[in-house]
Design a protein around this ligand. Structure first.
Ligand code: ARG
Length: 533
């Protein structure tokens, strides 16, 4: 972190950095210096303000300028004292059920949190924990059978077909008790190992293949796919024994196994001993702790599951306190109103297709579009960037309503603006005919706007620290918008072409460092920076 390098010697660095929440860097052009304020904020927030300064000191303009540019030109590793092992459970949709807005937010926010941890050299394991267990599989099986569909033969859009079959069977079951019974019997057969699982394994395989295509569009990779059904049999028994030994499990008159925690009854096993969602999560958590020996286990799942995770951690802490000490439910608010041309959103692919289509229309109308850049890939990346940034600029816990207009606007704070800035900076580097210097020479970099841009660049590491600490992408997004404003001003005020070569080279260095910062920021957010649009 840059700021710790420029702290005055008299200051106890470690205590300040430990408590550090925010750094204000005020540029005083007339005095050729910066005032750095280290601030402890009482309220964590996405916006600035509401803070009081604990310590402030001045730094000479040229010193900060050189320090900042050098740290961007030769980034040292962000070595943590000891990298943490972080396991993350995110995205985690259910097979044969819609990938809803909650899964979309989990995917986007989870990817950001994984990226920023990786940036700080933590060792991250990304798990997609797919829901493949429960009565809905009985329904699905029923539907497949009555429609005479062999999963192996599903070629085009298998996920949609499976979903349609599920909807069909669900509908039948809602009015027909027999169908319901039949479906339940199917599931009981699967669960108790009386049914050949080939068909269902095929369903899982197809699902992963299809999901991977979409994750690829978003630039997301998982280290492992885990299944709820993996935690259905075997180890549940021994877990129940442990819980019974701790005397937190009771069996009620119907035979259900219930955990009594803080005056709440949490059913873990049904009366026929089949597992519930929480039972599988208990087994999965203990398994993960054993497998990964994590320092932290983060669940990126919507608000609606707050009680579920509280109960999960509570139950498991009775078995292994060390394991749950590292557990955190990172929740987020509801996303409302996301729909596409064809109706309410069911599949992630539809959202991304819609974003791409709308971007294409927009690009056609824009006078800034370079015709060479009007290709599918660009529109796809622009569309996904718009969906990502629009989500990540929200405060995580807030509910919000989606609007295509707002997500895709080119004025105001949107992905297009940041992508456009990145393209503009890239194009300058390619076309100015100047070679990037290896050193910074402050005597060429005297303009006020340069001083301002340096102040922004100097805040970057601290912004990242805060974003990580609060798991708030909006801190980083807001920062990038602000940086964009200054860099755009720098574009208007400083020429690189047709000026003295030494001056041109130093200015190019400024633009280059600005682009590196924008690029790093976008990549952490999960956005692929474009070079042309
Ligand atoms: N599949 C679940 C759902 O859609 C989310 C799973 C979250 N992760 C977990 N370990 N429970 O609601």
């Amino acid at each position: 972190m840059l700021i710790d390098k420029i702290l005055p010697r008299t200051v106890d660095k470690s205590s300040i950095l430990r408590n550090l929440r925010n750094v204000n860097i005020l540029y005083r052009h007339n005095e050729s210096k910066y005032t750095i304020q280290l601030v402890n904020e009482t309220e964590p927030s996405c916006d600035r303000g509401g803070s009081n300064s604990d310590l402030s000191f001045n730094v000479d303009r040229d010193t900060l300028l050189q320090g900042v540019l050098k740290s961007i030109m030769t980034p040292e590793n962000n070595q943590q004292v000891k990298p943490k092992k972080i396991v993350m459970d995110f995205s985690s949709p259910n097979i044969a059920k819609p990938f809803h807005a909650g899964h979309l937010r989990s995917t986007i926010i989870g990817n950001f949190i994984a990226n920023i941890n990786t940036y700080f050299n933590n060792k991250v394991t990304r798990i997609n924990y797919l829901g493949d267990w429960g009565t809905q599989f009985g329904l699905l099986q029923y539907g497949l059978k009555s429609k005479n569909i062999n999963v192996k033969d599903l070629k085009t859009d298998p996920i949609r077909t499976l979903y349609d079959v599920y909807v069909y069977a669900n509908k039948l079951a809602s009015t027909n008790e027999e169908v319901q019974q039949e479906a339940r019997k199917y599931f009981a057969d699967i669960e108790q190992g009386r049914m050949n699982l080939d068909n269902w394994k095929n369903i899982r395989e197809i699902t992963v293949q299809e999901l991977e295509k979409v994750y690829q569009r978003l630039g997301i990779k998982f280290d492992a796919y885990h299944w709820e059904s993996d935690y259905n049999g075997g180890n549940i028994k021994s877990i129940m024994d442990m819980l019974e030994k701790e005397k937190i499990i009771e069996t009620d008159e119907s035979g259900k196994k219930i955990a009594k925690i803080n005056n709440r009854d949490i059913t873990i096993l049904k009366s026929d001993n089949s597992t519930l969602y929480i039972a599988r999560d208990i087994a999965a958590l203990l398994d993960r702790y054993q497998k990964y020996e994590f320092d932290k286990m983060l669940y990126i799942v919507d608000n609606a599951q707050t009680d579920h995770f509280a109960a999960l951690f509570e139950v498991v802490s009775n078995i292994n306190r060390k394991c749950t000490d590292g557990c955190e439910h990172i929740k987020f608010g509801r996303l409302k109103g996301m729909s596409t041309r064809t109706g309410n959103v069911v599949f992630l692919n539809d959202i991304l297709d819609e974003a791409k289509r709308k971007m294409h229309e927009k690009q056609l109308l824009s006078k800034n579009t370079r015709s060479a850049a009007m290709n599918e890939e660009t529109c796809d990346i622009l569309g996904t960037s718009a969906v990502l940034i629009n989500d990540l600029k929200q405060k995580r816990l807030k509910d919000y309503t989606f609007s295509w207009d707002r997500a895709l606007q080119s004025e105001g704070d949107s992905a297009i603006k940041l992508q456009y800035l990145h393209c503009r900076l890239w194009s300058l580097e390619q076309n100015c005919g100047v070679t990037l210097p290896t050193h910074c020479e402050p005597k060429y970099l005297t303009e006020e706007i340069i001083g301002e841009v340096i102040a922004e660049l100097a805040r970057f590491e601290n912004v990242l620290n805060k974003s990580l600490e609060e798991y708030e992408a909006c801190i980083l997004v807001n920062y990038l918008f602000r940086l964009a404003k200054y860099v755009n001003r720098m574009f208007n005020e400083l020429k690189v072409k047709n000026v003295d070569p030494d001056l041109a080279a130093q200015r190019l260095l400024m633009f280059y460092c600005a682009r590196q910062t924008v690029k790093t920021g976008l990549e952490i957010l999960g956005v692929r920076p474009l070079k042309e649009m």
